[in-house]
Design a protein around this ligand. Structure first.
Ligand code: PLP
Length: 385
């Protein structure tokens, strides 16, 4: 089987499994317990916290462990406006955010907050002029993702952060897809809140974190014990946190060892190979400002779900749009926001490569995919006239 769906989730890295094992066995203590078993877990959790903050470039910052990227996004999107209600009730997001940002923003809108959704261009980059014009003295939060999960486009977060900083507005970025793959140093980029998730990096599922610049306050969503400095009640998921810490370490090491450069060159090989071998393919997203492992391609005249199933039968795992929305018949909101044609949207497949992808797999894909596309095009299954 050839797995090209790393943006949905990554296989768990062997070093992550090794790091987690003791915390599923003898090191089972509750990190809040005062005895030796508890202190062992607490020490390990705090060392991950320090490691992640260092990786973000801010050892002085705060990090709240969550159940994943979705909870981290919700905590930022709801926690900030609820805390700053007296200052203002307006927030700004982009049209290509993940549902983990879009839906909490929509929920706030139902509760009386006002939300501006800023458009993107045909490569998926946020319209900075429209963003600037949307800001008012009542704006309390801007949330624009670092990298898009469907097309991989990177956003100009430095400029957005600057705009926010000049106006005293907090800036959140969803870095779930980019953390560890693209540089994100909060000393260089004026960003106040960052969401990350363990399972996109080779860590386990069900763990993530929200970074907050020192002094940023928010309203917790989960009320319980005094865990996470009162910002997120609930016994810390120690094995998961340890796994995410190990995944961050492995990813940074791989970055230094050139693994990401290899992933990018395999992605480029797949892109040029598909273009050479198959007529009428269109690559979606920004040509350069893009995650190294992401390739979103429209096979014009194909129905993406039919193609996905045919590729699956051939042992190739890919995705149509976001994993969380696959199975839904709705067209991808990201591709719609980019203004792509219906045939481009209908035929769009996302290949996402990662640390385990080999050049042999890419060559095999380049042999197998062209006749499958030809067959699906010929069959015209599900393609509207
Ligand atoms: N944000 C982005 C950009 C994502 O791609 C995802 C997952 O696909 C999430 C948030 C949600 O993260 P999690 O699966 O950890 O809840």
């Amino acid at each position: 089987m050839i797995y090209l769906d790393y943006n949905a989730t990554s296989p768990v890295h062997p070093e992550v499994r090794r790091a987690m094992a003791p915390f599923l066995e003898e090191a089972f203590g509750n990190a809040s317990s005062l005895h030796a078993k508890g202190r062992e877990s607490r020490g390990a959790v705090e060392s991950v916290r320090a490691k992640v903050l260092k990786a973000l470039g801010d050892p002085e910052g705060q990090l709240v462990f969550t159940s994943g990227g979705t909870e981290a996004d919700n905590l930022a999107l709801k926690g900030i406006p609820l805390c700053l209600k007296d200052k203002g009730s307006h927030l700004v997001i982009s049209a290509v955010e993940h549902h983990a940002v879009l839906n909490p923003a929509q929920a706030l809108a139902q509760d009386g907050f006002s939300v501006t959704v800023v458009p993107v261009d045909d490569q998926g980059r946020v319209d900075l002029e429209a963003l600037k014009e949307s800001l008012t003295p009542r704006t309390v939060l801007i949330s624009v993702m670092h990298a898009n999960n469907e097309v991989g486009t990177l956003q100009p977060i430095e400029e957005i952060g600057q705009m926010a900083r000049e106006r005293g507005i907090l800036f959140h970025t969803d870095a779930v897809q980019s953390f560890g793959k693209e540089p994100l140093d909060v000393r260089q980029i004026p960003v106040d809140l960052v969401s990350i998730s363990g399972h996109k990096l080779g860590g386990p599922k069900g763990v993530g974190a929200l970074y907050l610049r020192k002094g940023v306050r928010l309203r917790p969503l989960l009320h319980g014990g005094p865990h996470e400095h009162g910002l997120r009640g609930g016994t810390e998921g120690v094995p998961g946190i340890i796994g995410m810490g190990a995944a961050v370490e492995v990813t940074l090491k791989e970055q230094r060892e050139g693994v990401l450069a290899k992933v990018k060159s395999l992605r480029d090989r797949l892109e040029s190979g598909l273009r050479e071998r198959i007529p009428e393919v269109k690559v979606n997203g920004h040509p350069e400002e893009r995650l190294p492992g992401t390739l979103n391609v429209s096979f014009i005249g194909c129905h993406a779900e039919t193609l996905l199933m045919a590729l699956d039968l051939a042992g190739i795992c890919v995705s149509t749009g976001a994993a969380c929305s696959s199975g839904a018949t709705e067209p991808s909101h990201v591709l719609v926001a980019m203004g792509l044609s219906p045939s481009q949207i209908q035929g769009s497949i996302r290949f996402s490569l990662g640390w385990g992808t080999s050049s042999g797999e890419i060559e095999e894909c380049l042999e197998k995919i062209p006749p499958i596309v030809e067959r699906v095009r010929h069959a015209k299954v599900g393609v509207s006239p």
